[in-house]
Write a protein that binds this ligand. Sequence first.
Ligand code: FAE
Length: 549
Amino acid sequence: MADPTRRGKSSDGISRRGFIAGTGSILGLGLAAQAGYGTPAAASSAPAPAPIADGAQVPVLVIGTGYGGSVTALRLAQAGVDVHMVEMGMAWDTPGSDGKIFANTRTPDVRSYWLRTRTKQPLSNFLGFPLDKDVPLYTGILDAEEFGGITVYQGRGVGGGSLVNGGMAVTPLRQRFSGILPSVDVNEMYDVYYPRANAGLGVNHIDPAWFETAECYQYARVGRKHAQRSGFPFVFVPNVYDFEYMKQEATGAVPKSALNAEVLYGNNHGKKSLQKTYLAQAKATGRVAISPLHKVTSVAPASGGRYLVTIEQLNTTGGVIATKAVTADRVFFAAGSVGTSKLLVKLKATGVLPNLNNEIGKGWGENGNVMCGRANHLWDPTGRLQSSMPTGGIDNWDAGGAFAEVAPLPTGIETFASFYLSITRNPNRAQFTWNAAAGRVELNWQTAWKQPSIDAAKTIFDKINAKEGTIYRTDLFGVYKIWGDHLTYHPLGGAVLNRATDNYGRLHGYQGLYVIDGALIPGNVTVNPFVTITALAERNIEHIIAADL
Ligand code: FAE
């Protein structure tokens, strides 16, 4: 069994008190947003292009600038179609007063959260101490959207989830694909669209020789050792973070990002977010315009087969400063699984788009996300310096229904903790519905529905703990709570392909309306989802351009 005394004193002599103090400041405890620190600059030197005008008429309007939206905009523009993208979050192109665009995970500030007055960190506690703190209300980058039984984390801004995510760019195993999207041709996906998505996203692989010696991946090597000693396969996972850049960070040649605990609230360097890939290419065509801080609230049929789109322009505290009416020949819903589902459910229930079918809002899942930490022995340190970009996982999908990322805890001090985000085979699916009295869309996910995920994760970690003589951490998600079962990073479904839409994302009931994001995928992809969302969008838009335009 684990040695309980090690909780009091770490091997390098840091007292528990010093340990807590260090970690506290590092993870945000006690570091209130100092006046001015990280305050976004009022204006950038270059004037921003004018946002969409009230009364504008556009051929194509794309709602959202995440993976689905970015693929759509680029491919349509390359086909000669003008596109306007509407994004409720900020542009994230202007440094704050600290010279940086994005905040650090150790010091969340005004930029970090979408319209909250208190942070809601995925790891809420450390050694019994809560980590969350007050922040000013702001249209920050990470939305912790709370439904009854689950908190759904999402990126807000031009680039969507690519701004905040861990960059893990995983193509599911070919033999598992027909269980993910049964109506989609497997060969087409693996021969054409997954390779196209990987190329478009700039996916790269870690140099295995560097991995073996890099200080910042000691945590991953410890994770691999423990997995392999219990007989589990450890697999390297590609990423969109530039590993060559990370190598240079390690030598001190370039400004640090992954090696400076940046992720969740944005990466100032190194990560090939959509702003640097699909969206950069889309803008370069000269056919794509983007309106940040604009939120679509309605899409209604208009004369001539067009659609009337209602858009609220927001200020940085979420206030509505203008309401615009725009007409579009075609509208692509790419607001993410939750954003697209919420819009469609509301529009159907309130009679604006009554012909949408009864599949709208159904088939939502959380990709079986569950987190946990293990307390290692003193002779198994995971390292003070941890790259915030995970690069390996434990694959026990076939035997136990779990794929566990070996995740970082980039606190800056030795924690002797191994931390994991597991993606599991959780069969539970939730539904979005319209609550007319409250005037909002609700999701009926129940916290207890995570039990299959916990059971699947335990097939890996119970075995590793037994083999290593270690225990679960109980201090990361509350007071004596082992499982981070209250959240997801991977919302999927709500307008499922070939049910709410046809087999290419055309919404049933309305010509010219399409879904092209994670809402199409029924709840689970067996691995991290953005490569599959991108590849499916590549497939669908190619077909739509050929057949509809
Ligand atoms: P998404 O990227 O969410 O884009 C939707 C966009 O629409 C957002 O920018 C919204 O602000 C915007 N929007 C929403 N509603 C409206 C509206 N009404 N009007 C205008 N704009 C609107 O959608 N996935 C991986 O594969 N690997 C990882 O390592 C990984 N790590 C993650 C870590 C974190 C912390 C989080 C939150 C997610 C992570 N994900 C990861 C999930 C991944 O980012 C997510 O599946 C995709 O971003 C979803 O892509 P979509 O195009 O569906």
